[in-house]
Design a protein around this ligand. Structure first.
Ligand code: ASP
Length: 321
C-alpha cells in the first residue's frame, strides 16, 4: 500500500501512488462532508494540536474542521501569545508539546525548513501547513483534487501558474506535484518575481500573460506576497494588474473550458479581477476550499493509520510508544 510516511512535510517526498492514495481517499471524504452527519471515528481518541506561527484563516479552520470530523480532540495553540514571544526556542516549544503526547501536530511557520526540524524532535506525526517559501503540501493536494474532479484527470494538462512565483510555497508545491503527475507546467510572471535559475531547470517561463495562458487547461493565480518582499519588486499595483492581473481579456487566451484557481487570500484588482473570481462558470476557488477539508481529512487519516501500525509493532516488540 502507498503512503507509508510518518510525516507530511512536502510533496517532494511523495510518489505518484502516494498522491493517488490521498486523492482517492479524499474523494470519499468529499461525499461524507456533503451529508448532514459528517463524522467518522478515524481519529477517535487521538489528539491533534494546531500550531500556527504565521497567520492563517482558511488553512487553520480547514485543519480544525478536518480533525473534528475525524473524531480527534483538537487544540489550537495561539502562537501569537505563546511563550515563543517570551523567547522560547522552536525546539523547546516542540519538546513541551511532545510531553503532552499529541498524535498529530499541524504546523505553519514563517521559516523554510522549520517544520522539518520540528518533526525530527517529536514522536507524533507532523503535517506541514506551510513553511516560509518552501512547501505547502496540503494546498497542492487540494488543488490536484480540484483539478482531477473538474477535468477528469490529473495528467497531460497544461497548467499556467501565474504571479508572484518567487515568494510562493504554493507555487513550489504545485510545481513539484504537477510535474510528478506528468503535466505541462508554465510559470508566468514578471522576471523580478521569478526564482533565479528556473529557466535553466527546463521549466517553461513566460513574462507575457497572453502567451503564457495560450491554450492552458488550468490558470492558477497567486497572491502578491508583500510580507515576503523587502524592496521594490514592482513599479505599482496598478501597473501589475494591467500586465499580470487576470481579467476576461487575458483569460480568453486560455482554452474555452479553462478553470481559474486561487489559493486565497485574494487581492481583488491586484492579481485577479473580482468578476473573474466570482464567475461560477470559470472560477473553482470555492471548490478549492471545499476540497481542502477533504484532503486534510485524508492526509490525517493516512498518517494516523501509519502511527497505529507503528505503535502496534512496537507493542508486539515489547516497548511502549
Ligand atoms: N494561503 C496560501 C499560503 O499560506 C497562499 C497565500 O498566502 O497567498 O501560502
Amino acid at each position: 500500500m502507498a503512503f507509508r510516511a510518518r510525516h507530511l512535510l512536502g510533496i517532494e517526498h511523495l510518489t505518484q501512488d502516494d498522491i493517488r492514495t490521498v486523492l482517492d481517499l479524499a474523494d470519499s471524504y468529499v461525499d461524507l462532508n456533503r451529508r448532514t452527519v459528517k463524522k467518522t471515528d478515524a481519529l477517535e481518541g487521538m489528539t491533534q494540536i494546531n500550531m500556527f506561527f504565521e497567520n492563517s484563516t482558511r488553512t487553520q479552520a480547514s485543519f480544525e474542521l478536518a480533525g473534528k470530523r475525524l473524531g480527534a480532540d483538537v487544540m489550537n495553540m495561539s502562537m501569537q501569545t505563546s511563550s515563543v514571544k517570551k523567547g522560547e526556542t522552536l525546539i523547546d516549544t516542540a519538546m513541551t508539546l511532545n510531553a503532552m503526547h499529541p498524535d498529530l501536530l499541524v504546523v505553519r511557520h514563517q521559516n523554510s525548513g522549520a517544520v522539518d526540524l520540528l518533526a525530527q524532535k517529536v514522536e507524533c506525526a507532523v503535517l506541514n501547513a506551510g513553511d516560509g517559501r518552501h512547501e505547502h503540501p496540503t494546498q497542492a493536494l487540494l488543488d490536484a483534487l480540484t483539478i482531477r474532479r473538474e477535468k477528469g484527470r490529473i495528467q497531460r494538462l497544461t497548467v499556467a501558474i501565474c504571479g508572484d512565483i518567487a515568494h510562493s510555497r504554493v507555487a513550489r508545491s504545485n510545481l513539484i506535484l504537477l510535474g510528478k503527475m506528468e503535466n505541462r507546467v508554465r510559470l508566468v510572471g514578471p522576471p523580478t518575481l521569478m526564482p533565479a535559475g528556473v529557466a535553466e531547470l527546463g521549466i517553461e517561463v513566460y513574462d507575457d500573460m497572453r502567451e503564457g495562458l495560450r491554450d492552458a487547461d488550468v490558470v492558477m493565480m497567486l497572491r502578491l506576497q508583500k510580507e515576503r518582499m523587502d524592496g521594490g519588486f514592482l513599479p505599482s499595483e496598478r501597473e501589475y494588474f494591467h500586465r499580470y492581473g487576470l481579467d476576461a481579456e487575458k483569460l480568453s487566451y486560455a482554452k474555452d473550458d479553462a478553470i481559474v484557481m486561487h489559493p486565497g487570500p485574494m487581492n481583488r484588482g491586484v492579481e485577479i479581477d473580482g468578476t473573474i473570481a466570482d464567475d461560477i462558470n470559470r472560477s473553482v476557488i470555492q471548490e478549492q476550499v471545499e476540497m481542502g477539508v477533504a484532503v486534510r481529512m485524508a492526509c490525517m487519516d493516512l498518517l494516523a493509520q501509519n502511527l497505529r501500525r507503528e505503535r502496534g509493532r512496537a507493542l508486539t516488540e515489547g516497548q511502549y510508544v
